[in-house]
Every structure is written in structure tokens, then in C-alpha cells.
Design a binder for this molecule. Sequence first.
Ligand SMILES: NC(=O)c1ccc[n+]([C@@H]2O[C@H](COP(=O)([O-])OP(=O)(O)OC[C@H]3O[C@@H](n4cnc5c(N)ncnc54)[C@H](OP(=O)(O)O)[C@@H]3O)[C@@H](O)[C@H]2O)c1
Length: 285
Amino acid sequence: MRLLVTGAGGQLGRGFLEEAASHPLFGEVIATTREQLDFTDRSQVFDAVTGFGPDWVVHLGAMTEVDACEDNPDAAYLANALSVRYLKQAARRTGSRICYLSTDYVFDGRASTPYREWDPTSPLSVYGKSKLAGEAELEADDLIVRTSWVMGRHGRNTLKTILSLARADGVVRFVADQVGSPTVVDDLARAIATLLLEDMSGIFHATNQGHLSWYDLVRFVFAEVGADQARVVPVGSAEIAATRKAPRPAFSVLDNCAMRLAGLAPMPDYRESVARLARELWDAG
Ligand SMILES: NC(=O)c1ccc[n+]([C@@H]2O[C@H](COP(=O)([O-])OP(=O)(O)OC[C@H]3O[C@@H](n4cnc5c(N)ncnc54)[C@H](OP(=O)(O)O)[C@@H]3O)[C@@H](O)[C@H]2O)c1
């Protein structure tokens, strides 16, 4: 199986490449960062896809800064939606399929039970809308993997922010009314590899099992690394709304329903995976 990977320098990109390297069935893997392939440039996309003719384009790159997307919707739609149109057009010429990473932010978060793949979408933010627009560029034979709260050892993520706050002093405020499922890159990369190797198509939700608020996650991580949980103070989203451009869904838990129904093993519980990653990053300083 030949793969062309975008966003190879991102946190998931780097983790996915490590995972792909351990699978003999992934023969040739071309990893592209922005320097090798700017996927907002149509001619670069056509050259890269038609020049290699991959079985799958694994499109992990995106504009992921949620507040920056709100500030610059054109840039968000270009990176998150039009890029998928370009990749799809090129992929039609070579018979390649697209694996596209999407997000829990396609939902408005007003539910009180986890969202299934077949539930209606209703994004609140430009980021969520642009990612949903990217999904809409694809066809039944492509693969859409929606995930949430991604954290790994490479790149920037909220777990690293939490750990640096744990090393410092003073009160730490996190929202208690935004609930989701943390997802560790190693587990997500393995799930994506499995979906590709199993020749799956359509929409799959892929997150670590279990869910909690950001406030509870910070307390969980503090406990794992021996920091004082009493320093963590809950705030409401309304209290910090002025500091955040984009609205966030209140409850964006994704039921990994399609994986379950397809008989694929569930991803591990976040309590196991986040604890392991938190301790690893903490020990590494
Ligand atoms: N992070 C999360 O919590 C989360 C949650 C749900 C879904 N997702 C989805 O998961 C996927 C991977 O996210 P991630 O956490 O790995 O994000 P990330 O660390 O921000 O990586 C995104 C990568 O895309 C690259 N990129 C952006 N625009 C580009 C362009 N025009 N051409 C080429 N490369 C470009 C970035 O390069 P530069 O560094 O040069 O900008 C970066 O390396 C994304 O599709 C994201 O929407 C993420």
C-alpha cells in the first residue's frame, strides 16, 4: 500500500509516520510537510498526487488553531476545505482514495449522549464549519476519521500546557462545562492504520474511551504527576468567553459506534493512555 501523507510535521503527522513505519503492509510512504507540499496550492497538489499515484492520500494537515480560523475564515476554508477538493480532483486521476481527519467540532455540543457518526452535524465555529466543508468534498469510497482533544509527544497540545502549569506555581483555571474525550496520538495513529489496512470507508469516530471536562482532565493529570490538585479551579465558559474568539461545543463526546459495529477493537480508555503520556512527558522534563 502506497501512502502520501500531508501535515507530516504536525503532532498527528509525526505520530502516524512512526506507526506506519512499523507496518510492513505500508510499502512506500511519502511524508510531506508544508515545505514539500503546500496543499492550498492546486498545482503542487496535482504534481504530488499524480507524480506518485498513491493508494491513499492521508490528509492530516489542516489549519487547527480554532481562534485563528475565526479571525481568518478565508484561510480556514482554503486549508481545511478547498485543499480537500484539490486532493480529490487529483486523486480521481490516479484512482487514489482520501483519508481525511476531521473533528468533534462538526457538532454543536448540545447533546447529552455521545454523538454517533450518523447524527446531524451543526458546527458552531469557522474551524468546525470549514472541516465539515472538507468532509463534504469526499465520496463514499473515501475515509473520514473524526477525533477530539488530540495530544501526543510531538508538537504543541493542551497536555503539554497542563504539564508546564503543573511545574509552575499558583492557581490554574480551566473550564468545567466543556466535556470531551482526550485522544492520544499513538492510539489514534494505530486506529487510522487499522482503518486503512481493513480497507474501511465512510465516517468513523476514533477517540480514546471515556470523557470528562477540561477541569477534570487537569486535575487527573496533576494527580498523575504529583502536583497539587487544589491549585486547579473550575471556571465556566461564559466567564472566559471574551478571551476566546471561537465558541466551543459544550459536550462533544464521539461515540466510536462505527468501529464497534464493524467489530474493530475499541481504542484504550483515556485514563490509561493520558496517564502514560503525561508521565512520559513529565519524566522527560
Ligand atoms: N489537535 C486536535 O485536538 C484535533 C482535534 C480534532 C481533529 N483534529 C484534526 O486532526 C488533524 C491533525 O491535527 P494535529 O493536531 O496534528 O494538528 P497540527 O499539529 O496543527 O498539525 C497540522 C499540520 O498541518 C500543516 N499545514 C497547515 N497548513 C498547511 C498547508 N497549507 N500546507 C501544508 N501543510 C500545512 C501544519 O504546518 P505548519 O506548522 O507549517 O502550519 C502542521 O504541520 C487535523 O486535520 C485536525 O483538524 C485535531
